[in-house]
Design a protein around this ligand. Structure first.
Ligand code: HEM
Length: 456
């Protein structure tokens, strides 16, 4: 694959000077997004750093990213930071490898087929309307918390046919703890194993137990009823190993459910929180959205069939995922000696590929620091490199929920924008915080206003 990098393996990969013990870990932990921006600007498309004992290579060029995720995907496994989430996610779809992963992916895939996803649209809109019933003009709300609860209800209903009800608050708080723990561990040379009762580990343990309680309740309810409801939970419960004929153990089930629960709601919730912030900052974008909604829906609730006629709504979601990529970086670890872009990547090296940097690179986007949904209109960006925009990753490990997430985001946005406008609370400042996902650092306080022409 042609790249901008010259083949010069005899030279060391460029990178910032390293402190003897931490290497570049402290600089990274201080502000991960700013550190990556700086390294890309100073050292180019391939940058070598060290985090403690770990050799890390950052790739900032789409050719090289495609090489790792697609062409040479088999030379890599997921990276150490994901392995550190093992106590939480176990061996679920996101973290497992090899034949085990392939089997589980095959099992889960039908729940994400187009026709299946289409049947989720109604629930997505219904739950959004239920939430909106509690919205009052003039009210101040933390929209990030609202989106978190909403997407949790949706994922539980669509994939596990369950009502989360009042448990959504407990789940959201537990998620918050886990995400903050991920950040707290970023700058540490050694993360104490989860069974050592440090204050952080104890908090994490409590959060995991709370989430597990919810998941085990879902599994128990279904096992007791013995019903096959045709949803993902029933598919997982009915699955049998081809050789042994055995079903999934409770542990495997727990890991898959936890993964889908976490990957399936936090990402979409943060995307929607960013959408609302950006609309509040760009009233002209909001006005165009309202015009589209009014002309296509005329005040009624959106359906799956309406989506192709709401291209501007889709452009807002695409642009938000470019501007604030909820998954801000994907990573892999080389399992054998490799060469990427002419540079040697020895076995054991961690390779990080940040959407955050690539999506804001002026080589691929005009005015990349401007939020412009129009850039996606009429296939204008069809020609860009496939991996200059990869909010859902790529290759065999591409997000299984990408179409689910895009449909959910569009339906929630259309349903909400039909009825209300949201404005950032006066004086509030929202900054991105890079946890496992890119989320607003301290919520998004917004004031609710009725739309004059809404619901007409
Ligand atoms: C805007 C929302 C979302 C974003 C930005 C997003 C992003 C991603 C990315 C970048 C990956 C690849 C990670 C890697 O290569 O290491 C991924 C994997 C995954 N995502 Fe998503 N995701 C979103 C929504 C969802 C939803 C709604 C679900 C499920 C309902 C989901 C479930 C998963 C799972 C299970 C994986 C692992 C797939 C595998 O390795 O086979 N995601 N996601």
């Amino acid at each position: 694959m042609a790249t901008t990098i010259q083949s010069k393996p005899e030279r060391a990969i460029p990178g910032p000077p390293r402190q003897w013990l931490f290497g570049n870990l402290k600089e990274f932990a201080r502000d991960q997004l700013a550190a990556m921006d700086r390294w890309a600007a100073r050292y180019g498309d391939v940058v070598s750093v060290r985090f403690g004992r770990r050799e890390i290579v950052f790739l900032f060029h789409p050719d090289l990213i495609e090489d790792v995720l697609v062409d040479r995907g088999r030379g890599f496994i997921k990276h150490y930071r994901l392995r550190q989430t093992e106590r939480t996610l176990g061996r679920g779809l996101l973290t497992s490898e090899g034949d085990f992963w392939r089997g589980q992916r095959k099992l889960a895939q039908p729940a994400f087929h187009r026709e299946r996803i289409r049947s989720y649209a109604r629930s997505m809109v219904d739950y959004t309307e239920r939430m909106l019933a509690g919205f009052q003009p003039g009210q101040m709300r933390d929209i990030q918390a609202d989106m978190m609860r909403l997407t949790l209800h949706i994922v539980a209903k669509t994939l596990f046919d369950s009502e989360i009800g009042g448990r959504s608050q407990v789940a959201s708080e537990a998620m918050e703890t886990l995400m903050r723990a991920f950040v707290a561990r970023t700058g540490r040379l050694i993360a104490p194993p989860h069974w050592i009762p440090t204050p952080l580990n104890l908090r994490v343990e409590r959060a995991i137990r709370r989430l597990e309680r919810i998941l085990f309740d879902l599994i128990d309810e279904r096992r007791r009823s013995g019903e096959d409801r045709g949803d993902l939970l029933s598919m997982l419960l009915a699955a049998r190993d081809e050789d042994s004929g055995r079903g999934m153990t409770d542990r495997q089930l727990r890991d898959e459910l936890m993964t889908l629960f976490m990957a399936g709601h936090e990402t979409t919730a943060n995307t929607l929180a960013w959408v609302w912030l950006l609309l509040s900052e760009h009233p002209q974008v909001e006005a165009r959205l309202h015009a589209e909604l009014d002309s296509v829906l005329g005040g009624r609730a959106p359906t799956f069939e309406d989506l192709p006629r709401l291209p501007y709504c889709a452009s807002i979601i695409s642009e938000t995922l470019r501007f604030y990529p909820t998954v801000w970086m994907v990573g892999r670890e080389a399992i054998r000696d490799l060469e990427i872009g002419g540079w040697p990547i020895p076995k054991g090296t961690t390779v990080f590929m940040p959407q955050w940097v690539v999506h804001r690179d002026r080589r691929w986007y005009d005015d990349p620091l401007q939020f412009q949904p129009e850039r996606w209109a009429d296939g204008k960006l069809d020609h860009i490199h496939k991996y200059a925009y990869f909010p859902f990753g790529g290759g065999p490990r591409i997000c299984i929920g990408n179409n689910f997430a895009l449909m959910e985001s569009a339906l929630v946005l259309a349903t909400m924008a039909n009825r209300f406008r949201l404005r950032l609370a006066p004086g509030a400042v929202v900054r991105p915080l890079a946890t496992m996902t890119l989320r607003p650092a301290a919520g998004v306080p917004m004031v609710v206003a009725e739309r004059p022409s809404a619901g007409a």
